[in-house]
Design a protein around this ligand. Structure first.
Ligand code: F6R
Length: 608
């Protein structure tokens, strides 16, 4: 994963790079480094730990230069150490670079170069790239990078400086995200466009097999043969304030609180007068929509759980043959994918390698593909073409929250629209659900009003050994997402099960130290779920119930109740997930965890 930043221009070089790296920290935060060129000499500074530690070192050493690059690392090859932190410099001190991705044939390149007497200084795959560049560089950066792209295999976003090329930054991309930006007299590059918002909103998303030269005067784009081409820039519709924490202690909490607005924005322009219309985004005729026999949902992590939610809702709307698949599995199984398939990829970042590769596979098999993503212009968006963009704004907390609710909003709209176009949705159901969807922002606001109660509950349970989350039907997907949130940020073991499945094995784990969070909305499955609650109580597990306001009976089973407003049964996942996000947040806070940057995780997973 890792985050990259590069800058050439008149501003304070180290400040721009350090500020940019801080905005990338969610992508990796085990070590960080910066390199500058000054008077035809490369200087670099690296440290283990966070960008703030690097900033301290930069200040102490009055480190500065004419133009520079920086990196925040999520270790893949080589442990977490200063030696393995980027930037990496060639042994002859002529080339320096930062890298996001994995160079698969690094060992082989290293062996070759070592045989030529080149000394390596780290255990990273990245060093093979910089040493190779140093070896082939003869004063023409483009020619050297072209050679490098032919020599390396794997995924890379590379940002490179050469000691004798003043105010020139070179970038190359294959498989890992990279965005280039330009303002008057200055040029930038970054892994994440949010790092550029403070300076410019006009950016170019680099494509695979593309390289560029960034100078104060502008950017020139080339293919991997070294031939130049024109490239259209894109104007970002996010603003810099969206990527700040405001008065919230953590991005995650801010993003949880943004959910009522996010749902409202996602509905905007897509529903009117109790009806859904996606025809402005989806250029599909009725005949085309009727022609698809199968719907495949493909995604990872939270986005996968959004698709599990969507599938269960869609089952109630029409006669769909739906599969929900984890992207890393979809590619390697023998799943029939053909022109009768509508393959829907869901990815907040639009950069997840597993999802991207799955989309390429489905496309190559002739499936119609659609992506639901939060990042316009992201790799998956550009490659798939058909898209529904969720307007959740940048999500910085590593644990996804507001993008999940945005995704399920978009997915419910999509389900309604497809069912309608296929002639399977009756007008009353459409009206009932669209009206209920429009009430969701207000209902989420009232769930958020319960924050203090949820915080108290989290205090009581922060020392638990782990948690089970149970729910039936449409209460099961939010249970999955609630358990994932808790695992990610509090490091407690949490598992979600369909409530009725507990007795087939997991119930053996229950005892008084293992609480069960039961999602038990007042619907047709209430009694059955309550039976499962009783089974858990019989094993002495404390019960935390997420129940519907006005459900007085639930108090017979537990004192720990989070009441949520009633909604249409199909839309319970919206209402059910938010208290669980808050619960996970406050448990993690109680346990002193690093909520926005949980250990071992990175927000955008660009390796397979
Ligand atoms: C969980 C989380 C991850 C992501 C997953 C997919 O909080 O953030 O599980 O959902 O890595 O990421 P995207 O949606 O960017 O493809």
């Amino acid at each position: 994963m890792c985050g990259i930043m590069g800058y050439v221009g008149a501003r304070d070089i180290t400040k721009v790079i350090l500020d940019g790296l801080a905005k990338h920290e969610y992508r990796g935060y085990d070590s960080a480094g910066i390199a500058v060129v000054k008077d035809r000499e490369i200087h670099e500074l690296r440290t283990t730990g966070r960008v703030s530690q690097l900033a301290k070192k930069v200040a102490e050493e009055h480190f500065t230069g004419e133009f520079g690059i920086g990196h925040t690392r999520w270790a893949t090859h080589g442990g977490v150490s200063e030696m393995n932190a980027h930037p990496h410099v060639s042994s002859d001190n002529r080339v320096v670079l930062v890298h996001n991705g994995i160079i698969e044939n690094a060992r082989e390149i290293r062996a070759d170069l070592e045989a030529h007497g080149i000394k390596f200084h780290s255990e990273t795959d990245t060093e093979s790239a910089v040493q190779y560049l140093g070896y082939v560089y003869e004063g023409d950066p483009k020619a050297a990078i072209v050679k490098l792209t032919k020599r390396v295999r794997g995924a890379f976003a590379l940002v490179i400086m050469f000691y004798d090329r003043p105010n020139e930054i070179w970038v190359a991309r294959k498989g890992s995200p990279l965005v280039v930006g330009r303002a008057d007299g200055e040029g930038f590059c970054a892994s994440d466009p949010t790092a550029l918002l403070e300076y410019t909103r006009d950016v170019w998303f680099m494509d695979d097999d593309e390289m560029a030269k960034i100078t104060k005067e502008g950017c020139i784009f080339y293919d991997f043969h070294g031939d130049a081409h024109e490239k259209k820039s894109m104007h970002l519709d996010w603003d810099a304030a969206m990527a700040t924490r405001g008065s919230y202690p953590h991005f995650m909490l801010k993003e949880i609180h943004e959910q009522p607005d996010v749902v409202a924005h996602t509905l905007l322009g897509r529903v009117a007068d109790g009806a859904v219309d996606l025809s402005k985004e989806l250029d599909w005729s009725e005949a085309k929509i009727k022609g698809w026999k199968k719907i495949h949902f493909v995604a990872c992590g939270t986005s996968h759980y959004a698709t599990v939610t969507a599938a269960r809702i869609m089952e109630t709307l029409g006669d769909f043959e739906i599969r929900t698949e984890v992207a890393s599995e979809y590619r390697y199984r023998n799943i029939p994918i053909d022109k009768d398939t509508l393959a829907i990829f869901v990815s907040q970042s639009g950069e997840t390698a597993d999802t991207l590769h799955a989309a390429r596979l489905a496309k190559s098999r002739g499936a119609e593909c659609l992506v639901i993503t939060n990042v316009r212009g992201s790799t998956i968006h550009r490659e798939v073409g058909n898209a529904i963009i969720t307007p959740a704004g940048p999500e910085v907390g590593v644990a996804a929250t507001k993008t999940f609710t945005a995704q399920i909003t978009a997915l419910v709209l999509l389900g309604l629209y497809l069912a309608k176009m296929r002639g399977e949705l009756d007008k009353d159901t459409e009206h009932r659900l669209v009206t209920a969807l429009m009430d969701i922002p207000g209902k989420l606001a009232s769930v958020l009003d319960k924050e203090k109660d949820i915080e108290m509950l989290a205090r009581d349970f922060a020392d638990a050994r782990g948690f089970f989350f149970i729910g039936r039907g449409l209460a099961y997907p939010p249970a999955l997402e609630g358990a994932l949130k808790l695992k990610e940020i509090s490091y407690l073991h949490a598992e979600a099960y369909p409530a009725g499945e507990m007795k087939h094995g997991p119930i053996a784990l229950l005892d008084k130290e293992l609480p069960v969070v039961a999602l038990v909305p007042k619907n047709g499955l209430w009694e059955k779920t309550v039976s499962n609650i009783e089974e858990s109580m019989a094993r002495k597990s404390p019960i935390i119930a997420v129940a519907t306001e006005g459900d007085d009976e639930i108090a017979n089973y537990t004192d720990h109740i989070i009441f949520t407003p009633e909604t249409e049964p199909e839309l319970f996942p919206f209402i059910g997930v938010v208290p669980l996000q808050l619960f996970a947040y406050y448990i993690a806070r109680q346990r002193g965890c690093d909520i926005d940057m949980p250990r071992n995780l990175a927000k955008s997973v660009t390796v397979e």
